[in-house]
Design a protein around this ligand. Structure first.
Ligand SMILES: *Cc1c(COP(=O)(O)O)cnc(C)c1O
Length: 345
């Protein structure tokens, strides 16, 4: 249990030391390559500005967002830091992008034409087999980037979280572009790619998930720490008699007299319905009972001293939560915190 916050009845406690330790491990795993940080989707839901501040302090200088809105939301960066906009630059973005310090990551020939007119440097994404964003390798080898001032040439791994031969094929296709453009740096690996080894690191890595306590691959086990800890306040405690049920659909029925606490936390706060009957609070001592509501959650507090107004820690170890719910660690993380009061410690 933790002491109450003012205002909102739910909060997301965020561990600065864990965030920094995770980055340091990823930095070490990146070998001689620099280690950056993906802070798109508002720092995977944790607050992009707070993440940037903490990581810049320990030497992280390369940040990645998805859109220009996200770049704008970051405001001025700490000295020596840069931010890249992964989705590139649309016509609609040009008015802002032209004079902004962020660099677009050029993905298409149309984006390239648009950006060339500014004469400013950019990053470039090359597709090496994921078939998502990026220029074709053939376009790059055919000279499409001739004369373009490229800071970082990047590609993205489709299957780095699994042991698949496509990883080596993507790495080799990307390595073959070395020296074929004017790029100062090459970058391939996300969190899972870093775990594949320094062969995949090139000059710069781009972890996201693992910074925030996600476990991309088994190599991270024991090295990556939980960062985000949700907690919610108890709104009501009740005794439910044997045979009575709890919540929508009456999905859970008491087998014996049970003390039930109702928490201010639900799927609108990112606590997905897949936690019904499998989620827990207070280190496994309080199982979730029945369905998750939009704003409320029922838990069994028969065995713990919890009363109205107390705060309860919701178990949210990402790898375990993903196993229990069948949801991805990314979904579990990015949905958190929309209504929570975020507090870093
Ligand atoms: C999101 C993203 C990353 C970070 O990926 P994680 O799997 O969260 O480490 C890196 N590169 C690109 C291009 C991305 O879109």
């Amino acid at each position: 249990m933790i002491e109450a916050a003012n205002g909102t009845p739910l909060r997301l406690r965020l561990d600065s030391a864990a965030l920094v330790a995770n980055w340091r491990w990823l930095d070490a795993m990146s070998g001689p390559a620099r280690c950056g940080a993906a802070v798109k989707a508002n720092g995977y839901g944790l607050g992009a500005t707070d993440v940037v501040t903490r990581l810049a302090e320990v030497g992280c200088g390369d940040f990645f967002v998805a859109t220009w809105d996200e770049a704008l939301a970051l405001g001025d960066l700490p000295a020596g830091c840069s931010v890249s906009v992964l989705h590139g630059v649309r016509d609609e973005d040009m008015a802002i992008a032209r004079d902004h310090h962020a660099r677009p990551v050029i993905n298409t020939l149309a984006q390239l034409t648009r950006w060339r007119a500014t004469g400013r440097p950019c990053d470039v994404m090359v597709d090496t087999g994921m078939n998502r964003l990026g220029l074709a390798v053939g376009d790059v080898l055919g000279g499409a980037l001739d004369g373009v001032e490229i800071v970082t040439l990047m590609s993205h791994l489709a299957c780095a979280d699994e042991d698949m031969s496509v990883n080596d094929r993507q790495r080799d296709a990307f390595a073959a572009l070395a020296g074929r453009t004017r790029a100062m740096t090459m970058s391939l690996a996300n969190s899972a790619g870093i775990c594949l080894g320094t062969d995949f690191a090139f000059g710069l890595t781009r972890p996201g998930l693992a910074l925030y306590g996600g476990l991309p691959r088994r190599e991270g086990h024991g090295n990556l720490q939980q960062v985000a800890y949700p907690a919610a306040q108890v709104l009501q405690v009740r005794l439910v008699e044997r045979g009575d049920s709890v919540g929508y659909g009456g999905d859970w029925t008491a087998q014996q007299r049970t003390r039930v606490a109702i928490l201010n936390f639900g799927y609108a706060d990112g606590y997905r319905r897949a936690f019904a009957n499998v989620g827990t609070c207070l280190q496994g001592r309080c199982p979730v009972l029945g369905r998750v509501s939009m704003d409320l959650l029922a838990i069994d507090v028969t065995e713990v001293e919890v009363g109205e107004g107390d705060w309860v820690d919701i178990d949210y170890d990402l790898p375990a939560a993903a196993t229990n719910t069948g949801l991805s660690q990314y979904e579990l993380l990015t949905g958190l915190g929309s209504r929570s009061h975020r507090s870093w410690f």
